[in-house]
Design a protein around this ligand. Structure first.
Ligand SMILES: Cc1ncc(C[n+]2csc(CCOP(=O)(O)OP(=O)(O)O)c2C)c(N)n1
Ligand code: SF4
Ligand SMILES: [Mg+2]
Length: 289
């Protein structure tokens, strides 16, 4: 097992104001622990902005910059190009944005960044709604989820971020989750050494918005992987590799029943979600061959 370095050597101070059990803190601490101090990070508004701090205060011990919700990829591009123009070809430039800031309002900037081949690692921590402003639905909110803007349950499926990244044929992209931290760290390490664009899509459990006990973040995400609701795979040099392949997917109900956000789903809706998940998993396995 790995050891997360001590707080004294870590890159985020103690005392951040994330909710108890928030997966985002686990993600960013591990990401920065792997990337190291030669990293500059761009964070847009959203729950993760709390790491950049308020006013003159910050929890970050590396250079960090808070941009706008829509343009993290563009800010990161500018910083990366600035470094390279100064002859600095070593500092890793990272954008760390939520699903709303990535898949909705930030998608155009991200697409441009990937198309132009910018030297940026883009990380989307996906808590599957606009959590910081009161749990509004995003295009990454799963089918059937109750949010404050989809009170009866979302009627369409989640947008496929990795599918979009793969369509841009970038050198490396992968999904990850907090129940599989060694896998997550391996993927950050790979992305660290990519010259050009890379993208990590990380499932981020949110006890406040998903409605589960704060002690269960890792368990919820593990059930997500076992049921296929969150598939772990990577795309590297044009090839897909599925990292975790359950022989039998768990019934998705076992993942859904742990969370209040799915409580209004009918049996028909659960069945429709189950079919969509199984189809996506089979397609992925076919693509791997
Ligand atoms: C252009 C613009 N519109 C709206 C907002 C208000 N706003 C701040 S954070 C946020 C939620 C972002 O959601 P997401 O990116 O998923 O991050 P999360 O809060 O879930 O961590 C919104 C809508 C903003 N800052 N800028
Ligand atoms: S609302 Fe969710 S994502 Fe935001 S800090 Fe709380 S647990 Fe974390
Ligand atoms: Mg979000």
């Amino acid at each position: 097992m790995f050891n997360l370095k001590s707080e004294a050597r870590g890159f985020i101070a103690h005392g951040v104001s994330a909710c108890a059990g928030c997966g985002m803190e686990l993600i960013i601490r591990n990401v920065l622990d792997v990337l190291g101090s030669d990293t500059t990070i761009v964070i847009p508004p959203g729950c993760s902005a709390l790491f950049c701090g308020f006013g003159n205060e910050t929890g970050m011990k590396i250079s960090a910059f808070q941009g706008n919700l829509e343009n993290s990829a563009a800010y990161a591009t500018g910083i990366s190009r600035g470094y390279r123009a100064q002859g600095n070809d070593h500092t890793k430039v990272v954008a760390f944005a939520g699903d709303g800031g990535t898949l909705d309002i930030g998608l155009q900037a991200l697409s441009g960044m990937m198309e132009r081949g910018e030297d940026v690692l883009y990380i989307c921590y996906d808590n599957e709604a606009y959590m910081n402003t009161g749990i509004q639905g995003s295009s990454s909110t799963p089918y059937g989820t109750s949010t404050t803007t989809t009170p009866g349950g979302k009627t369409v499926q989640k947008k496929d971020l990795l599918g979009i990244a793969i369509a841009h044929q970038i050198p490396y992209c992968a999904s990850a989750t907090v129940s599989h931290i060694p896998d997550l760290r391996k993927k950050v390490e790979k992305a660290k050494h990519v010259k050009g664009p890379s993208l990590l899509h990380i499932h981020c459990p949110c006890p406040t918005g998903w409605g589960f006990d704060t002690a269960k973040s890792v368990e919820v995400c593990r059930k997500g992987v076992q049921s296929g609701a969150w598939l772990l795979y990577e795309y590297e040099n044009g090839k897909i590799r599925v990292n975790v392949k359950p022989k039998e997917l768990l019934p998705v109900k076992e993942y859904l029943m742990l969370q209040r956000r799915f409580r209004k789903m009918s049996d028909e809706q659960v069945g429709a979600l189950e079919r969509a998940i199984r189809e996506q998993y089979e397609k992925l396995l076919e693509k791997e061959e």
